[in-house]
Design a protein around this ligand. Structure first.
Ligand SMILES: O=c1ccn([C@@H]2O[C@H](COP(=O)(O)OP(=O)(O)O[C@H]3O[C@H](CO)[C@@H](O)[C@H](O)[C@H]3O)[C@@H](O)[C@H]2O)c(=O)[nH]1
Length: 461
């Protein structure tokens, strides 16, 4: 517990995306639990979406930022959830245009630290006001290490082949991008923000300018990648661990009765739950193929996916007669579900997900079998960590030409981990349990936060 004299005041300014704001808020909760004060800067709408996750409102203050309109974005856009992923670069321009508002706020509140990820101009502001900066990354260390370090040479004509080659000194031969996968990295050379700054330059500047780099990971999982990042940037890399509020007894949210009652009707570990995070909008045909894969598996399931491209609602995208055919054993959610609580329900036995970094940690810390369908580059690398290095999960095979998964390949992967007596299923289950014993205990996870705070205190003196 901090005493008033060593209480830190930390401002948080994450990228305007659920997958970033949520982990920043989880970290805020952990710091507030230890009696430190937080001012959380976020767009208006996100305030309403996230306030139920604020476990310490007396110490965590939300301060809303007005996101200006940028041509090309739908009116009212404030976060990445409001737009398809290919418009994110315009949202970055909107974020850059909030610079003056952020500067004014920080000048008034004058915290000890400001944590940020995407706002590469933050160190400049902070230095003027006299605030220390932590560039806090909520993607895996491996994806930073392969794509966003000074040793990776990037220019606007970078080829897929060049992207396939990891930067010099990169510490893994397993967690790499092969074949078509490197294509997913090409976004790093594209403009992402005001003045046509590229995504690569943006993040490298954000890291270079900081007083310290923070990463939401553990040494047990990614120690070699963290050391590589520290040596590339010649800076201290501070780890927070996964920050999942595991034992926050002050805050006991319950799974909605609609889902809890339905799940209660099934046997232990028999239901497959599927979610692909906040960013992915599938093509309608791929969305339908996935649902048909669940039907084909013959197992009970809950699917929580966003409506596919070109559809207003999930409803209108369902395959014909689908809900009738799977009645009694399959449910398709019409919106956001409480994923962490779904993963705590004893009837859920398997989690099919995209391996976004949040879902990756939530699946690792759960006792569910893990089936992965990665889309974005960092998700592909996270999948390699879980499938290739830790051997705790399986990946669904993709078609070579279109890169899509088929109903057969999805159903096969699910059965591989769920069928009783399946060799692969037994192996990943044992590996997963072993990993949790060593790298995923609540003692270890709390120790990461304590150590992180000690380091911050040290910096603030
Ligand atoms: O119906 C849902 C769907 C998701 N979640 C939660 O939302 C978060 C999703 O985070 P994540 O798994 O990281 O997915 P994205 O939102 O897609 O994450 C984006 O940001 C991540 C970094 O945090 C990157 O790793 C991903 O590639 C990028 O897509 C998790 O905490 C989930 O528990 C819910 O509660 N309900």
């Amino acid at each position: 517990m901090a005493t008033r004299s060593n209480q830190l005041h930390i401002a948080m300014f994450p990228w305007f995306a659920t997958g970033h704001m949520t982990p920043f808020l989880h970290l805020s909760n952990e710091l507030a639990k230890r009696d430190h004060k937080i001012t959380f800067l976020l767009p208006h709408k996100a305030h309403f979406q996230l306030r139920h996750l604020n476990h310490h409102p007396s110490l965590i203050t939300f301060h809303t930022i007005t996101v200006p309109h940028v041509e090309g974005l739908p009116l009212g856009t404030e976060t990445a959830s409001d737009i398809p992923i290919f418009l994110n670069h315009l949202l970055a321009i909107a974020m850059d245009k909030t610079r003056d508002q952020v500067q004014q706020t920080l000048t008034i509140i004058k915290p000890d630290f400001v944590f940020y990820d995407n706002a590469y101009w933050m160190p400049e502001i902070a230095r003027e006001i006299g605030i220390k900066t932590v560039c806090y990354n909520v993607v895996s260390a491996s994806s930073l290490a392969i794509a966003l370090v000074p040793a990776r040479k990037v220019n606007d004509s970078i080829t897929e082949e060049e992207l396939r080659v990891p930067p010099e000194g990169y510490p893994s031969s397993k967690v790499v991008l092969s074949g078509n996968e490197a294509k997913a990295l090409s976004f790093i050379s594209l403009p992402f923000g005001e003045g046509n700054i590229t995504f690569y330059d943006r993040i490298v500047m954000a890291m270079k300018g900081s007083d310290a780099i923070g990463i939401r990971t553990t040494r047990e999982l990614e120690g070699n990648f963290c050391d590589y990042i520290a040596s590339q940037y010649e800076k201290q890399v501070l780890l927070t661990g996964p920050v999942l509020s595991l034992d926050d007894s002050a805050f006991e949210e319950k799974l909605e009765p609609y889902w809890a009652d339905w799940l209660d009707g099934f046997e232990r570990a028999s239901v497959v739950f599927c979610a692909f995070g906040s960013q992915i909008n599938l093509e309608k045909a791929q969305f339908q193929e996935i649902l048909l894969g669940f039907e084909l598996s013959g197992l009970p399931f809950i699917v929580a996916l966003k409506a596919p491209i070109g559809c207003e609602t999930v409803e209108e995208a369902l395959p014909q007669g689908f809900e009738e055919r799977v009645k009694g054993r399959g449910k398709v959610s019409r919106g956001w579900v409480q994923q962490p609580l779904m993963l705590k329900h004893s009837s859920v036995g398997c989690f099919v997900n995209h391996c976004g970094f949040g879902s990756m940690w939530e699946s690792l810390m759960s006792d569910k079998q893990i089936v992965l369908v990665p889309h974005l580059a960092d998700q592909v690398l996270n999948t390699k960590l879980l499938v290739g290095e830790l051997e705790v999960a399986v990946e669904v095979e993709r078609g070579e030409t279109d890169g899509w998964i088929s109903k057969e390949s999805l159903s096969k992967a699910i059965r591989l981990v769920m069928d009783e007596g399946s060799e692969v299923g037994v192996r990943v289950k044992i590996n997963h349990a072993k990993w949790k014993e060593n790298g995923g205990t609540s003692v270890l996870i709390n120790a990461y936060i304590d150590k992180f705070l000690q380091n911050l205190q040290h910096f603030s003196n």
